[in-house]
Write a protein that binds this ligand. Structure first.
Ligand code: MG
Length: 460
């Protein structure tokens, strides 16, 4: 997590996915207002789209940031509660900058501030640095009273977003199938958008946790199998074609098959990639997704580009390489024909399109993919990551390693990736193998190693 304490020394404020913190602790109203002033100074006297997820602290942070922006002459278009990709699509469509108040899948005590460029993607790091410098130097452009920005709404933003998604799929074919879909929004920002999209696609929709609850009391926001027990149990015997779950700001979507099996986000990514690639297509994914995507790209004669972990980086690499498809193993899929950011609702439409056009059940499509498994764990980070790396390397009987982002070690029957999270004080551990049991064993083995090193004096 980024420490927001003011300091005369330059210190990054934006993390890998915007600013995150605990409201009234490190993410204070005073800070939010000043960062709003800095963002407004950087954006200039322009219209800025703003939105938020369902968190209870969203209004407080929203109003502070909006006040800062308006004091520097920005006019706010308040889009209210909506998924982050819906706000990004609005920014792309109108060619305007944006700010979204969200902490994505983080626990409800967190909130965050994320800046969107006028092409709809997350702001580049160098532009975030310019905002940070304005903030530290207090070089705010405070305008005279007659130029202070105003605030208005735009009720067309939802239709704009849904129409954009529908333009990329075969609506008639999907409607013919009359799919039964169970949706779990986890009380997040997709609570009205995904059910609305599914109804437009002629689906029979049953909703779970599709009401706003800023404390996420129904389930934890991260769409992992252990947090989706209600959805999974309702899918078993519910006679549904597909189950869908989103994270808090709905840039991610994960799926449950018609039998009630959780589908790993890595497999969804592979499925979508396989369906869209042609020889020469460029595909972008971080080092955390499985080797299945290498096989799929190899078979389809597509070019695969691996990046460090982080959705904004995948988006930017896609733009720089004119790649039309990319994404992460966590259910974040970026479909460049639509927009260059993760989009949970777009992913839902793409999967239904595949089911409708191909005429196969989701479980059949998944079982036809190269079989690789990823087991993910999180360990609390108590020590500096860099001090642990040499000890892990000396422990591992590794053939080769990749230190571009954390530490990825290649073993005879799989790989292990260990990296400190950019948004939380944890170390993520990924074990990957063709064998599900082995993937789990690898993750557990290195989790235990990291725990031991953090307890022992050898890590110092
Ligand atoms: Mg998210």
């Amino acid at each position: 997590m980024v420490k927001l304490t003011e300091t005369p020394d330059y210190k990054p404020i934006f993390g890998t996915n915007g600013i995150r913190g605990i409201p009234n602790k490190d993410l204070t109203v005073e800070f939010a207002q000043e960062i709003g002033k800095a963002i407004g100074t950087y954006y200039g006297k322009v219209s800025v789209a703003m939105g938020r997820d369902t968190r209870d602290t969203g209004n407080m942070i929203f109003n502070a940031v909006a006040s800062g922006l308006m004091s520097s002459g920005s006019g706010i278009i308040d889009l209210g509660i909506l998924p982050t990709p819906a706000l990004q699509y609005y920014c792309k469509s109108k060619g305007i900058f944006g700010v979204v108040i969200t902490a994505s899948h983080n626990p409800p005590r967190f909130n965050g501030i994320k800046c969107i460029a006028n092409d709809g993607t997350e702001l580049r790091r160098e532009d975030e640095e310019k905002i940070e410098r304005i903030y530290y130097e207090k070089a705010f452009a405070t305008v005279p009273w007659e130029d202070v920005g105003t605030l208005r709404g735009d009720p067309t933003s939802l239709e704009l977003y849904l129409d954009g998604i529908l333009s990329h799929v075969n609506v008639g074919k999907i409607r013919e199938k009359q799919f039964r879909v169970l949706v779990d929004s986890g009380n997040g920002a997709s609570y009205f958008t995904t059910p609305a999209l599914l109804r437009k696609l002629g689906c029979s929709v049953v909703s779970l946790n599709t009401y706003p609850d800023g404390k996420f009391t129904s389930r934890t926001s991260e769409p992992r199998p252990e947090n989706l027990k209600d959805l999974i149990s309702l899918m078993k015997g519910g006679n549904f074609n597909l189950g869908v779950a989103h994270d808090g700001d709905a840039d991610r979507a994960v799926f449950i098959d018609e039998k009630g099996n959780f589908i790993d986000g890595d497999k969804t990514l592979c499925l979508v990639v396989r369906s869209v690639i042609k020889p020469g297509t460029k595909v972008v994914t971080p080092i955390s997704s499985s080797d299945a995507i290498d096989e799929i790209c190899h078979d389809g004669k597509a070019d695969l580009i691996r990046t460090r972990v982080g959705a904004p980086l995948v988006s930017r690499t896609m733009i720089d390489n004119r790649a039309m498809i990319g994404g992460e193993e966590n259910g974040g899929i970026i479909y460049g024909e639509h927009q260059y950011c993760r989009d949970g609702a777009m992913t839902v439409a793409l999967i239904l399109n595949l089911m409708a056009v191909g005429g196969k059940r989701i479980s059949e499509m998944i079982s036809s993919l190269p079989q690789f498994f990823i087991h993910k764990l999180s360990v609390e980070r108590k020590r500096d990551w860099k001090s642990l790396e040499p000890h892990i390397l000396s422990y591992a009987e590794t053939k080769s390693n990749d230190r571009s982002d954390g530490l990825k070690i290649y073993l005879s029957d799989g790989w292990v990736l260990m990296r400190p999270s950019g948004t939380e004080p944890i170390i993520r551990v990924y074990g990957q193998s063709r064998d599900e049991k082995r993937a789990r064993e690898l993750a557990l083995e290195y989790e235990a190693l990291i725990l031991g090193l953090q307890e022992g004096p050898s890590a110092e």
